[in-house]
Design a protein around this ligand. Sequence first.
Ligand code: URA
Length: 237
Amino acid sequence: MKKLTLEKILQSQGFGTKKMCRYMVLDGLVEIGGAVVDDVHAEFDPTDLEFTVDGAAWRYREKVYLALNKPTGVECSRRPAVHRGVLSLLPDQFTARDVQPVGRLDHDTTGLLLLSDDGAFIHAQSHPKRHVSKTYVATTHEPVTPELVAKLQDGVILMDESAPLRAQARQVGESEVEIVLDMGKYHQVKRMLAAAGSHCVALKRTAIGKLTLEALGLAEGEWCYLEAAQLAMLTTG
Ligand code: URA
């Protein structure tokens, strides 16, 4: 990759304006290979460049792909109205890079949420024809019955939908049902449960394609970068 000055590298990674980044370098806040680099004219190949800013370690990434274990009480909207916004759970650099959630989870839904600043990736993942499965575990008010599971599998009619919507469903606890969808209509899990005569009291997304929250090992509110092998798991399922 073309060599760039540190101020340009920092700016591309969301550290602020060119001027702010220049002062970070001049102030000796940036280290590479354990040594301060305060020469604003020095150029580096940014590919996989590892550096620290004010002691915090970073690696240059042209685009970022993130997974977050979303807690409850957090809005996925870019302009949160009632609850805190999901971007507030991430370092400010990601907001500056225009990182956005890939699709949305309700404010009271927890679990696996992808975020990225790669518009093509967001578009591809969100495309209705893509059919990447999304797995949820819903906790219901009443115990789950075989009839409920059968209704979800056979299909339920939702308001504004002409054809019945079906889901793979299986009981995973006394009041817990796992539901796998290959599309994402508005409030789909909660509406399907309501249409099947149940009531969802808690909802968690546990997997997208073959990428599971369990394998990522994220506690609620924690995030991680997704690397190529994990991104490849999003295309199947
Ligand atoms: N279905 C819902 O009802 N809510 C979500 O957040 C996701 C899927």
